[in-house]
Design a protein around this ligand. Structure first.
Ligand SMILES: Nc1ncnc2c1ncn2[C@@H]1O[C@H](COP(=O)(O)OP(=O)(O)OP(=O)(O)O)[C@@H](O)[C@H]1O
Length: 260
């Protein structure tokens, strides 16, 4: 394990996943520091979600390593035993799912949704759970009087906010997001992106955002990884890539986004 850079939180090396003869991820390496958002962009089927699953402990890659600087020290996600991996997921890693149904308990109150990860990590003091749930509801700008409402009656934007609160309440070091603004209208998207940017900066967490939307990547991510057919075709600072894309595929992606 080699975390030479003190602020490095995630380091993936040579990650590879094959489905039959499809290379969903082919030799992918990346690193993310605290307070930084890395965007993973590319067309549908380029391997973004598969990579995110490997980074988030949901899918074991066929090859390569994913190292996370946890509170207890560096852990090699796919070398660690299952218990250590589950502990790491509970304490240091959070995943905002594309579909709120995968990330929320739809028939449990908003307060219960936020408190549940704390309960899972051992918190039993009722007052503490209630206070933290109310505090996080406010931090993600949801009205306090919705603490007892179930998320199935929330709008799409509110469900995303609740998922973010549920993810961040345990104070993770790494936040992974799959299409965080998918399915939301433009004004709701803009407010959510503002909130995410602010929280990442304030909490100094490392974040990885998978998106097919270059406008989202531009607002949220300082650096980009451009994927195509399972491989990385270009990587660098977001502004540089969007203003002066080098690879013909990135040029196509940026050109297409400008035409929309
Ligand atoms: N469970 C699976 N079994 C077989 N093939 C899979 C599986 N999951 C993904 N694939 C294939 O791996 C490739 C990458 O898929 P992936 O979902 O990671 O791409 P993506 O960039 O996230 O696409 P999208 O934006 O549409 O979600 C695709 O060719 C896909 O068909």
């Amino acid at each position: 394990m080699t975390f030479h850079d003190n602020n490095l939180i995630l380091q993936a090396r040579n990650v590879a996943v094959k489905f039959g003869n499809v290379h969903a991820c082919n030799d992918i390496s990346l690193a993310v520091r605290g307070g930084e958002v890395l965007g993973i962009v590319g067309e549908s089927g380029s391997g973004k979600s598969t990579l995110l699953r490997c980074l988030g402990g949901q899918m074991r890659p066929d090859a390569g390593s994913v190292e996370i600087m946890s509170r207890r020290g560096p852990i090699d996600l796919w070398q660690a035993d299952e218990l250590a991996r589950i502990r790491l997921m509970q304490s240091d890693v959070a995943l905002v799912h594309q579909n709120p149904r995968d990330g929320l308990l739809m028939h449990i109150s908003a307060g219960g949704n936020i408190a549940e990860p704390l309960l899972a990590s051992g918190e039993r003091r009722y007052e503490e759970l209630r206070e933290k749930a109310a505090d996080w509801l406010e931090r993600v700008e949801l009205p306090g009087n919705r603490l007892n409402s179930v998320p199935s009656v929330f709008s799409g934007g509110m469900q995303k906010r609740l998922q973010i609160a549920r993810c961040l309440v345990t104070n993770p070091r790494l936040l992974l997001m799959d299409e965080p603004t998918g399915g939301l209208d433009v004004s709701v998207q803009a407010r959510l992106l503002d909130l995410l940017r602010q929280l990442v900066r304030e909490l100094q967490i490392a974040a990885v955002v998978v998106t097919h939307d270059l406008a989202v990547a531009r607002v949220l991510a300082q650096r980009l990884v451009v994927m195509r057919r399972g491989g990385v075709v270009e990587t660098g600072l977001t502004d540089q890539i969007l203003e002066d894309p080098q690879h013909p595929y990135t040029q196509l992606l940026v050109g297409a986004a400008l035409r929309i």
